[in-house]
Write a protein that binds this ligand. Sequence first.
Ligand code: GLU
Length: 493
Amino acid sequence: MVTDIHGPVRVRFAPSPTGHPHVGNIRTALFNWLFARHHGGDFILRIEDTDAARQVEGAVESIVEGLAWLGLDFDEGPIFQSQRLPLYRSAAETLISAGVAYRCFCSPERLEQVRTELARQKLPPRYDGYCRKLSPSDVTAHLDDGIPSVVRFRTPRVGDTHFHDLIRGDVTFSNATLNDYVLLKSDAYPTYHLANVVDDHEMHITHVLRADEWISSTPLHVMLYSAFGWSPPAFGHLPMILGPDKTKLSKRHGATTIIEYREQGYLPEALLNFLALLGWALDDRSELFTRDELVAVFSLDRVGKTAAVFDRTKLDWMNGVYIRALPVDEFARRSLPFLDRDLPEEVIRPLDPNYVTRVAALLQERTKVLSELGDLSEFFFVDSIEYPAATMIPKGMDGTQTRLVLSKVLSVLEDLDAWDAPSLESMIRPLCASLELSTKQVFTTLRVAVTGRTATPPLFDTMDVLGKTRCLNRLSRALEIIDDLVTGSGNGT
Ligand code: GLU
C-alpha cells in the first residue's frame, strides 16, 4: 500500500538542463516536494547534466529560480552529475567485471546499417548484440588499437521484468522488447540510465516520482539495481499532461515556462494550487488549497492514472481568485514591479507607493494577471490621454448635448472643494436629472473624458483617485475636443 511508509522519505527532482522548466517539469517537482513535506522527508535537487551537447544556457538558473519563486525549497542540492563522473565510470567497470555489461566497439556506420535493416523489416530499432560475444582478448586488442567504445547493458533476451508502480500498479515488460542500452558513452560520460540509478542509490532515494514518459526506462533501471545488488526505490509515474484538445501540452495551449508565468503576473500560490490539480485531486469538488493544506492532504493514492488536462482558463480564474483574496496593501506591493515595468516611459519613476495603493485598490477586483495592470491603470499615471472623440457621445445623445454635459460638469466641479467619491456623486447625480439625461449617459461622457476609456473601475472612485487638477484638466480638454467635433461636423453624431 502506498501509504505504508517506513523510515525517512527521500525524494528528488532530477531535471536535465536541456531547456527552461515548463509546467510538466514543475508539476513533477511539486509532487515530489509535497510528498517529502507531507512525510517530513527530504527533497533533493539533482541536475542531470551529463549530456553536454543538449544543455541550454541559463537552464539551471531558471530551474533554481522557478523552484524558489514557487517556494519549493530543497534540503540538498543542487547536485550536479557532471561533477560525479568517476562514480559512474567505476559503476560501469563494476558491471563489466560482473559480466552484466560489455564494451561495444561498433562504429556509427555499422549501427546505422543495423537500424536500416531493421526498419526494412519493419522492426523496432535495436542493437543486434554484435559485441556481446567479443572475447576478453578482442576487447583488449580493440582498446589497445584506440577504437572508441561504449558500455552496454547485457539485457536478458528472455523472460519478463516486473515492478510495482505506486500509481500504475503492477507493470510487466517482456525483456525481448528491450535493448542493450548504452550505459557509458564513448566520451566516458554516463547516459541518463546509469547516472540516474547510481545517484538514486547513492543518495538513498526512497521514492522515484517522475513523469510517465520515463516508465519505459524503468525495467532497465530495475535490472540495473539487481545487477548492482542494490534494492530499488519505489517508483511512481505521474500522469501525462495534455492540452484541452487532448494532444501533448505545448505553447499552443498557453503553457509556458515557469519564469514566463511569473513575468505574466501569475501569483506563485495560484500557480502552485493549479499545478497540484494536474493529476492529483482530494475529491471531486475541492479546488482551492493553500500550500500548507496541500502538504497536509497530499497523497499518492489520489494521483490519477489518466492524463491530466491543462486548462489555461481555469488557471486565469484561479489567479483572479487569489488576487482578490490578497489584502489590498499586499496586492499593491505585488503590483508595483509590474507597473514599474509596464507603464509608459513618460511616467516618472519611482512610482509613489501610496498612489499605487489607491489605484490598486480600484483594480484588484478586475485583475486576472498582474501584467494587465499597466494597461488597466495607464490613465491614472500619464499626463495626457488619447481617445476617439466619438466615444464620449453616448447612445441617444449627440455632440451638442455631450458638449453641454461637459460644460455643466466642469462648472459644477470647479467649485467643489471636498474632492472625494461621495461629494462627486452628490454633485453629478442631480445634474443628470436637471439635464433630463440618464446617469448612464452622463457617466459615459464623463468616464471617457477623464480616463479615455469606456470601461473603468467605479467612476467617482476613479475621479477621487485621479484628483481634482487632473480631472478638471481632462474635462477642459474633452470640452475642446467635442467642440472641435461639433463645429467641425455641424453636429458630431
Ligand atoms: N533527467 C530526467 C528528466 O529530465 C529525470 C527523470 C527521472 O526523474 O528519472 O526528467
